[in-house]
Ligand binder design. Sequence first.
Ligand SMILES: Nc1ncnc2c1ncn2[C@@H]1O[C@H](COP(=O)(O)OP(=O)(O)OP(=O)(O)O)[C@@H](O)[C@H]1O
Ligand SMILES: Nc1ncnc2c1ncn2[C@@H]1O[C@H](COP(=O)(O)OP(=O)(O)OP(=O)(O)O)[C@@H](O)[C@H]1O
Ligand SMILES: [Mg+2]
Ligand SMILES: [Mg+2]
Lengths: 263, 263
Amino acid sequence: PVRVISLANQKGGVGKTSTAVNLAMALRLLGHRVLVVDMDPQGNATTAFDIDHDPGTPSVYDVLVNGKPLRDVVQETQWSGLAVVPATVDLAGAEVELVSELGREARLRNALQQYLHECEQSGPRYDFVFVDCPPSLGLLTVNALTAVTEVLVPLQCEYYALEGLGQLLSSVNLVKEHLNPQLRVSGVLLTMFDGRTKLAPQVVADAREHLPELVLDTLVPRSVRVSEAPSHGQTVLTYDPRSSGAQAYLAVAREFREKGLST
Amino acid sequence: PVRVISLANQKGGVGKTSTAVNLAMALRLLGHRVLVVDMDPQGNATTAFDIDHDPGTPSVYDVLVNGKPLRDVVQETQWSGLAVVPATVDLAGAEVELVSELGREARLRNALQQYLHECEQSGPRYDFVFVDCPPSLGLLTVNALTAVTEVLVPLQCEYYALEGLGQLLSSVNLVKEHLNPQLRVSGVLLTMFDGRTKLAPQVVADAREHLPELVLDTLVPRSVRVSEAPSHGQTVLTYDPRSSGAQAYLAVAREFREKGLST
Ligand SMILES: Nc1ncnc2c1ncn2[C@@H]1O[C@H](COP(=O)(O)OP(=O)(O)OP(=O)(O)O)[C@@H](O)[C@H]1O
Ligand SMILES: Nc1ncnc2c1ncn2[C@@H]1O[C@H](COP(=O)(O)OP(=O)(O)OP(=O)(O)O)[C@@H](O)[C@H]1O
Ligand SMILES: [Mg+2]
Ligand SMILES: [Mg+2]
């Protein structure tokens, strides 16, 4: 069955988009078919796959606000087996536009379930769906958390990282309680690890102590190649496969794939 | 007259908090009295000054939602001449709680104007007020943009940085048009500059080309000391004054102080 996962953390710049994009590509390289849904009005995941997101491009906005079917906005990337639901800047208005709509929290879930159901009949058959979230716990993130069964939390190896985690976990519990009983945090991925600093090993130790079982064994190092790749319209896996960043995301893919089997 | 400035950028992790905190301390070292208002539910600016922000601490939430006077929540830090209006996790609920309230966008402005008016009568006389924003363009950021006269935009020297800038500038214009005619972007500060990468100099050149006049001359380098300081309850200025990060923020303070004089 398809695994549907959101990347969420209201702390900004922790590697949500980089993880959605690079983990998706790594899983594709391991032979899986993957869909990435971009729920961030900035559209960074859309850009990372070299997909146009000018205003007016059919996007997740049309799905949420106008009820357009997902099948009408999904785009294939240049890499077969990897598709994207783009985000455009219109999405910034969706939170306000949906506030008083009926079923506002479940718009993405309904559209995604419909699409995945059609895919079972007539393809494509995805193995993984990743939903990239903006750095907030507003209606867009709530839509994502309602639509998925797993949350993968990227956690930057920096001091402020652990501060916001309590808020995130309680938001996940609220959504689980009121909107999506199947929701669970399936993993915490430590990102931008820089072993030369005193701080990073402390954050790792703290995270493993606070969240035993959840923190993935694989750490993603800070690697310039990861931040350079999007400027070439590439993921780090295709931009520089031998880099420490690419190798780490391949290891994350293997670990994440295995970890899911046991549940 | 007091200058009132917000740090805004919906892109996450670009250095909004680090700039609010370190620029405030640098200006204090140059002899000015500074207030920092934390409008981010994560409370990172509050933590950076070693101020407690457990739920229940009097905070900016009480000001926005319950109409508490700012004077009742302002706290002195351990450094004289530097005060903070704390944020607590309750603030995460404020956006939803304020949605249908009258004058929801002007709650901070009214409270701040009241407080600064009282300060003219009976002190303390601030020279600068910085308002730190969360990484979104929701009601908390709109409150901040309505309450200030200047916006200082931290821009990370990374690829995704320029993507969201158009959205931010149009939000500033919307607030200027409907809520705060005095609002202007007074500066763009390039942060986390790492000269060893190919990318950073390109982002700098792009930013200077797109935003002539606005980009500050001073670049803030990527410096581990900046990210380590908050784990010691310090700013980088007091944690390691000789570090490249501390020196850069002192130079930013001098440039920013001068730049304001001319307008
Ligand atoms: N392992 C890494 N090494 C070096 N740089 C990285 C790494 N992961 C991400 N980055 C860079 O750090 C910045 C923040 O990452 P990213 O945009 O993926 O975070 P995010 O959580 O999606 O941000 P936002 O909160 O704005 O959505 C980006 O410029 C990205 O290229
Ligand atoms: N010049 C710098 N050099 C190295 N690290 C830095 C620098 N400036 C900020 N950082 C670190 O980068 C991370 C992001 O910075 P910061 O939290 O200030 O950004 P922000 O824009 O306030 O994030 P958010 O969008 O979550 O509010 C933090 O861990 C911070 O310590
Ligand atoms: Mg992102
Ligand atoms: Mg911040």
